[in-house]
Design a protein around this ligand. Structure first.
Ligand SMILES: Cc1cc2nc3c(=O)[nH]c(=O)nc-3n(C[C@H](O)[C@H](O)[C@H](O)COP(=O)(O)OP(=O)(O)OC[C@H]3O[C@@H](n4cnc5c(N)ncnc54)[C@H](O)[C@@H]3O)c2cc1C
Length: 400
């Protein structure tokens, strides 16, 4: 197995690393404290090609493989996990499904602006009463001539209030269950669209998480993505890719925590020595590095499976997401421990990383949902069967 990166992949990683260290690191603590959305920095990364990495060049994208994409996300998350989730959502669960399921007019209208970072994208599946059980959404879309009217509430919308296009899932046929969900491309200027509030979160404080209310929101027929009834399939397919991105975000966050901890261990002194001379601290660092490498390899494997078009790519994405997200929490815990009281202070980066890590095992499918997917595969059910089975419900793990 070849684990080496190509020259192009190394160049992408190094360019993003340089940008993050020079332009973002100096402000990241302040942005977290002030809950300032890093719009200008994301725009700059968009100009470097980071917002449409998986999109073909004819639609304005960089046409890269998933390995390059995860390298980019890792480098962004190594400094700022909030920026990484904004990019992950735009690339994986908005731009990619528009390219895959959109018609040329939709690609022209939205991808040409998403790919260079001119606008961001948001993914609106979760509702106050429906998270893991995505088929239980209640937002309705009722057709009247050439327009759909959307009514309902979406919660925890990443990039909400900052996006130019919202991929919204709504029921067009409530009695058809999971097969009655349809996807729509909604612009914030459409009448009846409203950001009702922002979540006050534990971590990722410079990322936006909005509640969005649709009140007779008018969406033209040409903004339906795919056919009526295909919405949940589109969402689940997008999330398969999204999970590789979240796993890369976890690896990057953990790598940042390890680097901060190693550096601190070399300079902090106790009992006449640097704390890095104590075996207890060395063992924590060794475990952190080993776990990060294991997760990174799972992420690269999932990326390769995706590019190879494997029918089991979704399962590999779940394995990477499960392990990497839980690993990042263990690593962030140890990073705070190594920093002692400084790790509990807002003066340190690891304090923020510890808070930011917590959501990784919750969003884009909780760890429990990832385990369900992995176990189903292990017991002989393919991803294809999963999609079909999910669509025929009743199952509780639709967001699996
Ligand atoms: C910061 C943040 C950003 C987010 N961004 C977005 C976004 O951009 N777009 C979007 O649509 N959503 C977003 N979400 C929502 C996220 O995807 C959901 O929170 C997640 O899917 C879990 O749903 P829930 O919170 O409703 O938990 P629930 O589904 O209520 O689950 C609660 C608990 O029950 C467990 N559970 C549920 N079902 C099962 C089962 N079948 N078997 C075993 N255990 C089960 C869960 O694992 C969990 O531990 C975001 C969330 C956060 C916190």
């Amino acid at each position: 197995m070849d684990f080496s990166l190509t020259d192009d992949q190394r160049m992408i990683r190094d360019n993003v690393r340089r940008f993050m260290d020079a332009e973002v690191r100096p402000n990241v603590r302040r942005y977290d404290r002030e809950e300032k959305f890093p719009a200008a920095e994301i725009r700059r990364l968009g100009e470097l090609g980071c917002c449409g990495m998986l999109i073909p060049e004819e639609w304005g994208g960089a046409a890269l493989e998933t390995i390059s994409y995860v390298l980019m996300l890792e480098e962004v998350a190594r400094v700022d996990a909030s920026m990484a989730v904004a990019l992950s959502v735009t690339n994986s669960v908005v731009a990619w499904p528009i390219w895959r399921h959109g018609n040329d007019a939709q690609r022209q209208k939205y991808l040409q602006r998403l790919a260079p970072g001119e606008i961001l994208g948001a993914f609106c599946l979760t509702e106050p009463q429906a998270g893991s059980d995505a088929a239980a959404i209640e937002t309705r879309a009722v057709r009247s001539g050439k327009t759909y009217r959307l009514n309902g509430t979406k919660s925890w919308v990443t990039n909400g209030g900052e996006s130019g296009v919202y991929l919204v899932f709504a029921k067009t046929d409530p009695v058809a269950g999971a097969r009655g969900i349809t996807a729509f491309l909604v612009e914030p200027a459409f009448s009846g669209f409203r950001v009702s509030r922002y979540e006050d979160k534990m971590g990722l404080r410079s990322s936006r998480s909005a509640e969005i209310v649709f009140s007779d929101c008018e969406v033209p027929e040409e903004n339906r993505l795919g056919e009526e009834g295909q919405g949940l399939k589109i969402a689940l397919e997008a999330l398969d890719g999204g999970r590789v991105g979240i796993a890369a975000q976890a690896v990057g966050l953990a790598q940042g925590a390890l680097e901060a901890s190693a550096s601190y261990a070399k300079q902090r002194r106790a009992f006449g020595k640097t704390i890095g001379e104590f075996q207890a601290v060395q063992f924590m660092l060794a475990d952190m590095q080993t776990e990060i490498e294991a997760a990174r390899l799972l992420v690269w494997q999932a990326a390769q499976m995706r590019d190879a078009g494997s029918a089991r790519a979704g399962t590999f994405a779940s394995r990477a997401k499960l392990f990497a997200s839980e690993m990042a929490n263990r690593v962030a815990y140890k990073a705070v421990q190594i920093h002692g009281s400084m790790g509990y202070s807002r003066e340190s980066d690891v304090e923020r990383m510890y808070r930011d890590a917590r959501v990784l095992s919750i969003y884009e499918g909780t760890s429990e949902i990832q385990r369900l997917i992995i176990a189903r595969d292990l017991l002989g059910r393919t991803d294809k069967a999963r999609t079909e089975k999910t669509a025929s419900r009743p199952v509780t793990e639709a967001k699996a």
